[in-house]
Design a protein around this ligand. Structure first.
Ligand SMILES: Nc1ncnc2c1ncn2[C@@H]1O[C@H](COP(=O)(O)OP(=O)(O)OP(=O)(O)O)[C@@H](O)[C@H]1O
Ligand SMILES: [Mg+2]
Length: 985
């Protein structure tokens, strides 16, 4: 049996129970380090020693342990029997709590012999909830610490994995394998703590970037000190990790003088003069004045006589002056005692006739202790380019994420860079987490509350939101000002009219503030924020996205807390918003966003809810636009089955139409069959009055008809009416797109077609439609030799499509570019564009667009007299060609005819040219027909069959004139004129 000694009586040794706030805002999730220390064999000890002596021994033991814990700013959480449980990080987190716990553990172990006990110690770091009524809520982190202690041998300290990671470099430890711990699934790795060292200074291995001006400032001060033979004080202030120490180290490289350094330590009594002693030791000399020498001697503990603070300051100043020219570097002076700061200030003010440079570095806390301290330089975050340089080795997406999170803080950047080197999944490294948490813990609680309310809104937040989330707070404006002064936030442009906006300086700070909130608080605050914004933010374009996000977060946390009813209710509110946002994103042609939003909505809808399938149909439609055709196909197919079983006819038929579309693009369905299948859907959808389904069905009817060489315009027009009635921007845009495409490829004369484009551009449709209008306008402009305008318009259109994340449409537009360059004459440019398009389409398994583009690339290469390069693409085009892809046959035959013509195989050339003409004979495509006839004319001409050549040219001319293809008409007229001149000669 363990000794039952313990409990309440022991509080007289010091730890008064901390006042606990009942306000939920006082409750935090934080990472702390827990230490358990227990006496070995106390039962036997209790038996062998007189009870009074035993009690005294334990009292001494507890007092000593508690003293050690306190000296490292930990706190004794409780006594359990004769075990001590101490926590580092409560009430305040320090960035080095894990190290403090290790130091305390080593000191405890050292104290065992003189206390006449043997003990064992376990140390572990992990997340706990603090600030609740029941003190440290028991949790995994606490249990593991207790178990490590139990697993330790007498006089042994075992530390957990996380602790070790945090103190790596500052302690000596050896792995002792893993322990199966009761109640834990995974074995727990443990390390034996052998000894502790000083915290090492940060490594400065990264290449030094930026900071030219700041280096100049330090050099300037040194120059002045030398020139004027006086003391210059330069103090650099900046938050943790901004690069104060590094800046100074780099600056001093170029200074040719003696340099000495001192550093203030984060804690501990009796170390007021620590940095001074360090400097004195490095100078390794005493001042010549015997009184001064004595004062320094007493500082070094060499003399028995004590010296006053004034005497020490004076003696130290003398010492520095006698060693001038000299640079004295004092780091981390925010941790310096007042006496030390007075000493530094004294040297700076009183020293004369000797060139001295005092460089001090401090975090901004210095100014809360000494508001009047002369700051020479407030260090700012690194500018974007410098920050990018530091992490330039990373792939671009990760680089952007890290740069964004780090906000120009080089420590954040380099730590995250190091982590990216070690693991795939880059999170915030634990050392940074501790640093950030410590910074938050130092805030006044009401300031912190304000910051947290902001963090719930996001990286950018509004004063109004804080007011809504912290209604009891009456001092919001001054608190925001205080947070701004502390460099945690800065004013930014508000997104809500009539409100004030603020932005977190570092996303990491926002995340740390947010992650410290208990989940129950997060549920509450997200919900309240969404309710507030719903009233307030009617004019926000992304209102639904934002509300959807906040309800979604609230829902997720409620679910994690095991509150199903609340989470279902929040899910429903999230779904309504996310769906609306997703459908709107699809409407403006932002398929990427639409997919994400609809997926999120879908995840929140229960399986048995019909809305689940409705959303999936919309999702699959957006997937088609994103070019994720297989995924779209399988979604549609699944919905067809499920909806049929559930008897949901409208959704079933919408999904059927979608499936046809997906398969059409995948070339897995014949064009004619597709048209027929979709026509079957029309009466069913009409019976239900489902305009949305009808819009899509008519669209496919129009498309298949267009692809079979007929005009799709009538079906498109019916689809357009339905889409408008259904208020589906996405479908309206899609149909308009194809109307535009058909105005290029089809018979509409150029001027009228251009007017159609112009009309779309002026009326302001969706961005996608606008983009397509620019692409087709480009091709149409080339017909009248306005090549510069043509290319510009095409480029603009394509960049818009790229921005919208529509790779299939981007790739599709390569055909128009080819048409432009065939008229303008820059075939290599067209070749590059076509090549990229084919690659993209091939990668996605798309075939409907690929086949004609591959054919065009083949033709483009053939026209450049590179038949061997052309052939593989012509074969690819034929291989993936839809069954009735006559437009592809037309281009392939043209390419072959061109090559044969170059090779003077005129018979075969003629055969291919004729097959090219024949392929689209039934099609209403005057431009393509004209091109084929011109080629036929060229072949015949080369064969000396002038009359037939004239006939072919004349037919082409008529078609070009019909389409108003002025360039083509001009060229063919010239050929005609030449031939006619020949025949009349
Ligand atoms: N300009 C820079 N170029 C490259 N690396 C830098 C730069 N500035 C700082 N670093 C690196 O970032 C890390 C943090 O810098 P440093 O230790 O100088 O910060 P600090 O401001 O002194 O922080 P603390 O207040 O915690 O002492 C170091 O690893 C340092 O080498
Ligand atoms: Mg530093």
């Amino acid at each position: 049996m363990r000794s039952s000694f313990g409990g309440f009586a022991l509080f007289r040794f010091g730890v008064a129970p901390r006042p606990r706030s009942r306000d939920h805002r006082g409750i935090y999730r934080k990472v702390v380090t827990i230490l358990f220390c227990d006496v070995v064999g106390s039962t036997e000890l209790g038996e062998s020693v007189d009870p009074e002596a035993f009690q005294a021994l334990l009292a001494r033991y507890f007092e000593r342990m508690e003293g050690i814990v306190g000296s490292h700013e930990g706190s004794v959480e409780k006594f359990i029997g004769d075990a001590v449980m101490a926590v580092f990080g409560v009430p305040l987190v320090h960035e080095d709590d894990a190290f403090r716990a290790c130091r305390a553990a080593v000191e405890m172990r050292a104290a065992f012999p003189e206390l006449g006990v043997r003990g064992r110690i376990g140390v572990n770091t992990g997340e706990v909830v603090t600030g609740t009524e029941e003190r440290l809520a028991a949790g995994d982190a606490v249990n593991v610490a207790a178990r490590l202690e139990q697993a330790a041998e007498p006089d042994e300290i075992l530390i957990g994995e996380t602790t070790r990671e945090l103190v790596r470099g500052a302690v000596e430890s050896e792995p002792v394998g893993s322990f199966e711990l009761k109640g834990k699934r995974e074995p727990v790795a443990a390390h034996r703590l052998v000894s502790v060292r000083e915290v090492p200074e940060r490594s400065h291995e990264s290449p030094f970037v930026g900071r030219e001006r700041e280096v100049g400032l330090i050099h300037g001060a040194w120059q002045r000190a030398l020139a004027d033979e006086r003391c210059e004080l330069v103090t650099i202030v900046g938050e943790a990790g901004l690069g104060k120490s590094r800046l100074v180290a780099e600056s001093l490289l170029a200074i040719d003088a003696r340099i000495v350094r001192g550093r203030c330590l984060p804690y501990g009594q009796g170390i007021t003069y620590w940095p001074v002693v360090e400097v004195v030791k490095q100078l390794d000399a005493l001042p010549s004045d015997p009184a001064a020498a004595a004062a320094i001697g007493s500082l070094l503990g060499e003399a028995n006589t004590g010296a006053s603070a004034e005497e020490i300051a004076w003696a130290f100043r003398k010492l520095l002056e006698e060693n001038a020219p000299l640079v004295v570097v004092l780091d981390d002076i925010q941790w310096g005692e007042q006496t030390f700061l007075d000493l530094v200030e004294g040297v700076a003010l009183l020293s004369s006739t000797a060139p001295l440079l005092l460089v001090c570095m401090a975090r901004p806390e210095l100014l809360t202790q000494r508001a009047d301290w002369p700051v020479a330089l407030r260090l700012e975050p690194l500018p974007t380019e410098a920050a990018d340089e530091l992490i330039s080795s990373l792939p671009s997406e990760l680089r952007e994420r890290i740069a964004h999170a780090a906000g120009g803080n080089p420590l954040f950047l380099t730590e995250m860079l190091a982590m990216a080197g070690e693991t795939e999944d880059v999170d915030v490294p634990p050392t940074l987490r501790a640093l950030l948490a410590a910074r938050l813990d130092q805030l006044d609680p009401p300031d912190r509350t304000v910051l947290e309310c902001g963090a719930v809104e996001g990286e950018l937040f509004h004063r109004g939101a804080v007011r809504a989330l912290a209604p009891e707070e009456t001092q919001i404006t001054p608190r925001l000002a205080a947070l701004t002064r502390k460099d945690l936030i800065r004013p930014d442009r508000a997104q809500l009219t009539g409100d004030d906006g603020f932005r977190f300086r570092h996303l990491l700070i926002r995340d740390a503030a947010y992650e410290a909130l208990p989940k129950s608080t997060r549920v509450e605050l997200h919900r309240r924020f969404a309710e507030w914004l719903a009233e307030r933010g009617a004019d926000l374009i992304e209102l639904d996205e934002i509300l959807g996000y906040h309800f979604e977060r609230a829902c997720a946390y409620a679910a994690e807390l095991g509150r199903p009813e609340e989470s279902a209710n929040l899910a429903a509110r999230a779904v309504a918003r996310l769906r609306a946002a997703g459908e709107r994103a699809a409407g403006r042609g932002d398929a990427g966003a639409a997919v994400k939003l609809l997926e999120r909505a879908g995840n929140l809808i229960p399986r048995d809810d019909p809305a689940q399938r409705e959303v999936r149909v919309e999702l699959a439609s957006a997937l088609i636009e994103r070019g994720e055709l297989r995924e779209a196909q399988s979604n549609f197919a699944a919905v067809v089955d499920e909806a049929q079983t559930a008897g949901e006819e409208v959704v079933e038929w919408r999904a059927r139409v979608g499936l046809v579309e997906a398969e059409l693009w995948l070339s897995e369905q014949e064009i004619a069959t597709s048209g027929k299948l979709v026509r079957e859907a029309i009466p069913v959808l009409e019976r239900h009055g489902d305009d949305l389904g009808l819009a899509r069905a008519w669209f496919i009817v129009g498309l298949t008809s267009f692809w079979q060489g007929n005009s799709g315009d009538e079906a498109f027009a019916r689809g357009l009416t339905c889409a408008r009635r259904a208020r589906s921007g996405r479908d309206e845009a899609q149909i308009l797109n194809w109307l535009l495409i058909s105005s290029w490829f089809g018979p509409t004369p150029a001027r009228e077609a251009l007017a159609r484009c112009q009309n779309v551009l002026e009326q302001g449709s969706s961005r996608q439609v606008e983009a397509m209008a620019r692409v087709e306008q480009g091709a149409l402009l080339a017909l009248s030799a306005r090549f510069d305008e043509a290319r510009q318009s095409w480029n603009e259109g394509v960049s818009m499509l790229e921005e919208l994340g529509l790779p299939i449409f981007v790739a599709g537009s390569s055909q128009e570019r080819f048409d432009i360059e065939r008229l303008a004459g820059d075939l290599p440019a067209a070749e590059a564009v076509l090549r990229e398009a084919c690659e993209v389409l091939q990668k996605r398994g798309e075939k409907g667009f690929l086949s004609p583009r591959a054919a065009c690339l083949g033709l483009c290469l053939a026209l450049q007299e590179r038949p061997a390069d052309a052939e593989p693409f012509l074969e690819l085009a034929l291989e993936v060609m839809p069954n009735d892809g006559v437009d592809v046959l037309n281009v392939v035959h043209m390419a072959r005819a061109v090559t044969l013509l170059w090779q003077s195989s005129l018979g075969e050339a003629e055969e291919h040219a004729r097959r090219a003409v024949a392929a689209i004979a039934d099609w209403d495509m005057p431009k393509a027909k004209g091109d084929s006839l011109v080629l036929l004319g060229d072949v015949l001409n080369a064969a000396g069959r002038t009359d037939e050549a004239i006939a072919a040219y004349a037919e082409a001319l008529a078609l070009y004139e019909q389409k108003e293809n002025l360039v083509g008409a001009g060229r063919v007229s010239e050929s005609l004129a030449l031939l006619q001149a020949e025949t009349t000669m």
